[in-house]
Write a protein that binds this ligand. Structure first.
Ligand SMILES: C[S@@+](CC[C@H](N)C(=O)[O-])C[C@H]1O[C@@H](n2cnc3c(N)ncnc32)[C@H](O)[C@@H]1O
Length: 274
């Protein structure tokens, strides 16, 4: 039971994309967020088994393993990271492990024998450089027949005109949308109204995350209404013209059009406006 994935976890973990924030690179140059090894450990091991990370770095894999009641072995070639790993794992005061062994002079025991493993995970997908991974669907889904290929969310909170929280806690930043302080509240209300009680889905560009770890994306309603574009057309926000992204030209055009309509409305004689 301890090792069991819930149906939601199974569908999320075995889907083609994972969404969670990155981690601040403070103690080590290339740390991954704990959520990454956590998911893989839950997917491919049982409680009580041993997880091996040959490139331990700051020790994230061992931390995730211990929190999931797995043992772990990690190799790290750079002794500068020893204090970082010790700190992360709470060594030596740790009560995370039943037994902690920290081997600074690791004996050369030769290669690990994979033949004795009870099972092996073999990735069936061949890595082909010509393949556009955004167009691929990997993994499996429970209830394959009823499940749609599109991954739908709902909007839980609109924090600002370009920052939203979706169901499941995913924080997204709308690509191309620049906040105008004077019309910020109108833009937020516009988004809330637009997305209220709607299912939404996402599309992505080459840049994946903003510096705060929010997923950069294009947001669509279930009827394919392009929310970023509609928000720009509303005139409550500006277009980000400094960054490069796929729909920039379209957004700039839409914003200019919104301005033109505004001017036309303003200049119309009062009698014809009625
Ligand atoms: C990308 S980092 C891993 C970071 C880790 N996933 C984390 O979250 O902190 C790779 C680590 O592998 C270590 N490394 C490189 N070659 C190694 C080797 N032959 N044996 C053991 N560790 C090695 C590097 O020193 C580096 O700390």
């Amino acid at each position: 039971m301890e090792s069991k994935l819930t149906r939601e976890e199974w569908n999320e973990y075995f889907s083609s994309h994972w969404y969670f924030p990155g981690v601040k690179q403070s103690e080590h140059l290339a740390m991954f967020p704990e959520e990454l090894p956590r998911r893989l450990i839950k997917m491919f091991s049982f409680a009580g088994e041993t997880v091996f990370d040959p490139f331990l770095g700051s020790g994230t894999t061992s931390l995730a393993a211990s929190r999931l009641n797995r043992n772990s072995i990690g190799y790290e070639i750079n002794p500068d990271y020893i204090p970082v790993i010790k700190e992360k794992l709470g060594f030596p005061q740790s009560d995370l492990f039943n037994a902690v062994e920290f081997c600074e002079d690791f004996p050369d025991t030769g290669a690990l024998s994979f033949d004795v493993l009870p099972y092996r995970y073999i990735d069936p997908h061949r890595l082909d450089k010509k393949t556009d991974i955004k167009k691929q669907t990997y993994g499996s889904k429970i209830d394959q027949n009823t499940a749609s290929r599109e991954e739908f969310y709902s909007v839980k909170e609109v924090l600002s005109p370009n920052l939203l929280v979706l169901s499941g806690g995913l924080r997204i930043r709308l690509i191309g949308v620049k906040i105008v302080p004077g019309t910020k509240e109108e833009a937020i209300s516009y988004l809330r109204e637009k997305c209220r009680k709607r299912r939404v889905f996402l599309r992505f560009d080459t840049e994946q995350y903003d510096p705060d770890g929010n997923r950069l994306c294009y947001l669509y309603l279930d009827n394919k209404t392009f929310v970023n574009l509609h928000l720009i057309r509303s005139g409550f926000v500006e277009v980000d013209e400094e960054s490069e992204y796929k729909h920039k030209k379209k957004f700039v055009g839409a914003r200019k059009n919104a301005e033109r309509v505004d001017i036309e409305q303003r200049d119309k004689p009062v009698s014809t406006q009625l």
